[in-house]
Ligand binder design. Structure first.
Ligand code: 5AD
Ligand code: SF4
Length: 424
């Protein structure tokens, strides 16, 4: 059997695309290996959300030159967002030993493109490609793409350019995919979309929104938990809050990117909300369930960000009571971005990032400790480890089969792993 090595950079969206890619190889009798040395084909699924992500992927292409020289029949495929941003030509001229480049927008054409590289599949692909199983995660968790691309125009973000306008997958297809994943052993569905709660489609002749989609998925036999990411503050509505309160299959953790706490910067970023509106939404999530865990993303050093703006972000970081936050230095993505006169000097970016990270960490520690003595609903992933509905890693005092959902009382916090005692 031939072997495929696949390296995924970036977000869960890319992970889900890598599953589609892997499925195409599986239909051609490939097996997946984690060991590049024994692989016949290497696929790099690239990211370009920040310069660092792009650089990492590009430097790995460079390193593959030697790997191919060792065995010239080996094939290299570069896919994903960086291909879309840089262009096929750019990559092929810099790295002439690459056999195929295919951008994130062309993922549906991947299977056809593969014919010229590794030959046709024995069984032709039926309609749209569907991933066969969760290949890279704990098999308990499955990623389901419900929306591709993004129709918002946040000023700092490359995603709309590299993934295109938002396109919602039809509910029938989503339901079909959920059922396949359940058959393969998954219990927890993670719905993916750049603005996942903007979901809108038709089902049985009627218009449906994100809350309706959640209801449809929650009803499917075998679905024990639903997560989704990432929602956008603009697309929450009362039907969601009502459902969130009632349906506890929907995990009590929401990742809600804030990006900044300064209304001035939020406006420049074209986020469409103020700090107060953001706080109102997390207030509503916590009204529906008192201690809903909220995590977020922040960007520091957006062009023109003053100390005062940054202090507003720090205030939000405290007021939000986040269980964690991904914090990034602003990274210009286009030539135009790079020309901005207001770029923040590197030293200040670093200083602000450090301060913000410290604030987040302090709060995070408090939240972890506040779980002690409380109950958690844990979905076992591996032996005695699992994740709580609030997305905390929990170590249980007994061994269980993966996929078991149980209640545990949290007894201590050790290095950001909660320890729980199973309760009958
Ligand atoms: N610079 C820094 N961070 C960025 N992100 C998106 N674009 C940029 C950029 N140009 C961050 C945002 C987003 C996360 C996925 O990446 O915080 O939510
Ligand atoms: Fe994901 Fe954005 Fe990176 Fe593409 S560029 S992989 S959408 S984070």
């Amino acid at each position: 059997m031939k072997k495929l090595y696949i390296k995924t950079f970036g977000c869960q969206m890319n992970e889900a695309d890598s599953e589609l890619i892997a499925a195409s190889f599986k239909r051609r009798n490939f097996e997946i290996t984690q060991n590049l040395k024994e692989a016949d084909v290497a696929v790099l699924n690239t990211c370009t959300v920040r310069q660092l992500a792009e650089d990492k992927a590009i430097s790995m292409i460079g390193r593959l030159r030697k790997w191919k020289l060792l065995k010239p029949s080996r094939k290299i495929i570069v896919a994903g967002c960086a291909v879309e941003k840089l262009g096929n030509k750019d990559i092929l001229s810099r790295f002439p030993f690459v056999n195929l480049t295919i951008g994130a927008k062309s993922i549906n054409k991947f299977d056809d493109a593969l014919n010229n590289i590794v030959g046709k599949a024995k069984k032709p692909q039926k309609q749209k490609p569907t991933p066969e199983a969760s290949l890279f995660n704990s098999p308990i968790t499955a990623y389901i793409t419900v929306t591709r691309g993004c129709s918002l125009k946040c000023s700092y973000c490359i995603v709309p350019a590299v993934r295109g306008e938002a396109e919602h997958i039809a509910p029938d297809e989503i339901i079909k995919e959920v059922k396949v994943k359940i058959k393969n052993g998954a219990k927890e569905m993670v719905l993916l979309g750049q603005t996942v709660n903007s979901y809108s489609s038709q089902y049985k002749g009627k218009k449906i929104n994100f809350a309706d989609l959640l209801k449809l998925i929650s009803k499917i036999d075998g679905v024990k938990r639903i997560r989704f990411m990432s929602p956008h503050p603009l697309f929450f509505n009362e039907s969601f809050f009502k459902l969130f309160k009632k349906d506890t299959k929907i995990a009590r953790h929401i990742h809600l990117p804030a990006q900044s706490g300064s209304d001035r910067i939020l406006k420049l970023m074209r986020r469409g909300y103020t700090k107060k509106q953001y706080l109102d939404i997390i207030g509503k999530l916590r009204l529906a369930d008192k201690d809903t865990a909220i995590s977020t993303d922040f960007i520091v050093g957006y062009p023109g960000e003053t100390e005062k703006d940054f202090n507003e972000t720090l205030k939000l970081a405290k007021a939000g009571n986040f269980n964690f936050a991904f914090c990034f230095k602003y990274s210009p993505r286009t030539d135009e971005d790079c020309k901005s006169k207001n770029l923040i000097p590197k030293e200040i970016l670093k200083k602000r990032l450090d301060i913000l990270l410290k604030t987040i960490k302090l709060n995070s520690k408090e939240i972890f400790n506040s779980r002690i003595g409380k109950m958690a609903e844990v979905l076992i992933e591996d032996n005695n480890y699992g994740r709580s509905s609030k997305n905390f890693k929990v170590k249980i005092d007994k061994l269980f089969e993966p996929g078991k959902l149980l209640k545990a009382k949290i007894v201590k916090n050790e290095k950001n792993t909660l320890h729980g005692k199973v309760v009958k």
